[in-house]
Design a protein around this ligand. Structure first.
Ligand SMILES: *[C@@H]1O[C@H](CO)[C@@H](O)[C@H](O)[C@H]1NC(C)=O
Ligand SMILES: *[C@@H]1O[C@H](CO)[C@@H](O)[C@H](O)[C@H]1NC(C)=O
Length: 492
């Protein structure tokens, strides 16, 4: 072996070593890559007019201590093809976290009442309704075009074994409410659960429905039927809720809390006594039609509540839930109170100026999030004309929109009142990080070091493979980091 060939071997060995090092880095990095799990619910069978409001216990769900990064869903048929809203209207789907006693045999399908037993402990979101709306995830017809992504470095923490009480295990419940409207005499009426179209006088608990209750969930429970055209025949169909969960291993994520605000919340604080009532969320309300004379100008019905937010933190994500007719929803801060007594000593000009300044300041940054409906324009799933196929979302730069503990917030829900609407909703779903991003700065510096190490190795690679290889490697690395990483990857 000549000296030259020995030298070549040495160089080769060196290059091999260098080649292994970055692959080790990549492996560490990939440990926190985003995983995607796609599941189907148990099937439900619908035919024209029929309603399904099903509760499925112990649904398929990713295992382990993880951070949920997004949760999307849609109705599909037996061939897994998306079903348009004008055939099967998806009123809502929601997913509830609960702990179930170990060793308990529970059939996948049980009625609505199963949850009340002591074998189950519901793990509620962070608030703020007291009896209802305790789900972690859930949307309605807007599900196909509503972004649910939780941005890095945040995640919804689930599956932490430390949180589960001894003798219990974490499970998930799915509720799907779908209305088959093929052949309906009044599609909108059926989706708004108008009682006259359902021919019901008692609700699902056999309670009489009062004559002044003209529409809403009490009239379109499981197995009820909405009126179809005389003689209309359509085949039975087996349908599924297909749900897609993106998640990463928990480490290096900052937890976000889930809050659901409801514009029908009857909560009140009596200013004189400071006493507060309970958060009783009615979930649905009615929008009366404005008089025909003004209807041409586009009437807007605004429902509004003020509530005290129980905890503080950074707003990470916000989205509203509305039904057809919805014209947007806004979450605002209460304007600061103007204290007139402070200013009475000042000369008039100064007083006016101060008042003006306060008002200007209160207009800036009052809006926490505005979420607007996206109406479909065609026929295909995800773009059905006349339906809300998506809601716009808010992603404030983390740290830029804070809510303080005990702050008073105002929720506005607008609907077109050109015609009457029954059973409409005005919910607002918020993700709030109590822990600020600053406390994770260690993760950032580690992350940066990791990047430097990889770059350093890449520089060595130039010797072996030339600049072209580096360019290709960098491009691949960047694509991987966009596609695969979640929260923050730690390199040590
Ligand atoms: C409405 O319900 C009653 C029983 O509750 C039934 O006798 C009647 O046929 C129903 N009408 C229609 C149009 O389905
Ligand atoms: C809702 O309507 C009110 C007027 O009633 C208006 O001031 C507000 O900007 C509207 N908000 C949205 C999100 O459309």
């Amino acid at each position: 072996m000549t000296l030259n060939s020995k030298c070549q071997l040495l160089v080769l060995a060196g290059l091999l070593l260098i080649a292994i090092a970055p692959s080790l880095q990549t492996r560490l990095r990939n440990e926190n890559k985003v995983k995607t799990a796609i599941f189907l619910s148990p099937n439900f069978v619908l035919e024209p007019g029929l309603v399904a409001n099903k509760f499925y216990y112990n649904i398929d769900f990713p295992k382990g201590h993880i951070a949920i990064k997004s949760f999307d869903a849609e109705v599909v048929d037996e061939l897994r093809n998306p079903v348009p809203l004008h055939e099967t209207y998806l009123h809502h789907w929601l997913v509830v976290r609960y702990y179930q006693q170990k060793g308990l045999e529970v059939s996948k399908y049980r009625g609505n009442l199963g949850l009340k037993q002591s074998d189950f402990i519901i793990v509620r979101n962070s608030g703020i309704c007291e009896r209802d709306l305790f789900q972690y995830f859930g949307l309605g017809s807007e599900t196909r075009k509503t972004v649910t992504n939780v941005p890095d470095p945040y995640g919804i923490e689930v599956g932490n074994p430390v949180e589960v009480p001894p003798g219990y295990e974490e499970r998930w419940l799915l509720n799907v409410h779908a209305i088959e409207t093929r052949g309906s005499i009044d599609r909108l009426g059926c989706t708004e659960c108008r009682c006259d179209l359902y021919n019901v006088t008692k609700d699902e608990y056999d309670q009489d429905i009062e004559p002044d209750y003209i529409g809403g969930l009490r009239c379109c429970y499981d197995e009820t039927r909405c009126k179809t055209r005389e003689g209309f025949r359509g085949p039975k169909r087996s349908l599924y809720l297909k749900y897609t969960i993106k998640y990463v291993d928990w480490h290096a994520c900052i937890p976000v809390n889930i809050y659901i605000l409801d514009v029908t919340d009857t909560w009140k604080r009596w200013e004189s006594t400071g006493l507060m009532s309970r958060h009783h969320c009615q979930i649905e309300y009615e929008v009366e039609s404005c008089s025909a004379a003004v209807a041409n100008n586009g009437c807007i019905h605004t429902k509004k509540i003020s509530i005290t937010f129980p905890n503080g933190g950074d707003v990470i994500y916000g989205v509203a839930h509305q039904h057809v007719g919805g014209a947007g929803s806004t979450l605002l801060r209460k304007p600061p109170r103007i204290n007139f007594f402070l200013d009475t000593c000042d000369v008039d000009g100064l007083y006016l100026r101060r008042l003006h300044n306060i008002n200007t300041a209160s207009n800036d940054g009052r809006v926490i999030c505005s979420s607007l409906p996206i109406y479909g324009e065609g026929k295909e799933p995800g773009n059905e004309a006349g339906y809300i196929v998506g809601m716009s979302t808010c992603y404030p730069r983390p740290g830029s929109v804070k809510i303080s503990k005990g702050e008073t917030l105002t929720l506005l829900s607008n609907y077109s009142s050109d015609q009457r609407h029954t059973g409409v909703m005005g919910l607002f779903y918020l993700l709030v990080a109590e822990q600020s991003r600053k406390s994770s700065s260690i993760l950032h510096s580690r992350d940066n070091m990791g990047d430097i190490v990889i770059l350093h190795n890449a520089v060595w690679a130039i010797a072996g493979f030339g600049i072209a290889a580096l360019v290709a490697a960098t491009a691949t690395y960047q694509r991987q980091s966009e596609r695969e990483e979640g929260c923050e990857s730690i390199l040590m």
